[in-house]
Design a protein around this ligand. Structure first.
Ligand SMILES: [Mg+2]
Length: 98
């Protein structure tokens, strides 16, 4: 069973193994793949393969973003910013109170 501590160790291990430059370069590659998956999904909205591919690419980008946060030492700061942005969004969305 995976927990967030084990996951964090794997991500730190990947950074230590491949290096920060390589892992940061992966962000560009994976974001590109996500954009491509989104375009394919738009072209074939009903396609299960496209849906599966989109989910895979979202997971890849999430992993890259987690590594970015670790490498730049901003995990807490990103959480703070995210909360602020969600709260702001809640104030803009009708019928939702923060
Ligand atoms: Mg990918």
């Amino acid at each position: 069973m995976w927990d967030s501590e084990k996951e964090l160790n794997v991500l730190k291990g990947a950074i230590a193994t491949y290096g920060e430059d390589a892992q940061e370069n992966m962000v560009f590659e994976e974001v590109g793949e996500l954009l491509q998956a989104l375009v394919k999904r738009r072209r074939n909205w009903a396609g299960l393969a496209e849906l599966e591919n989109l989910a895979e690419e979202i997971a890849d980008v999430e992993i890259c973003l987690d590594q970015l946060k670790i490498m730049h030492g901003i995990r807490s700061l990103v959480s703070e910013k995210r909360l602020q942005k969600i709260e702001r969004l809640a104030s803009l969305v009708k019928g939702v109170r923060p």
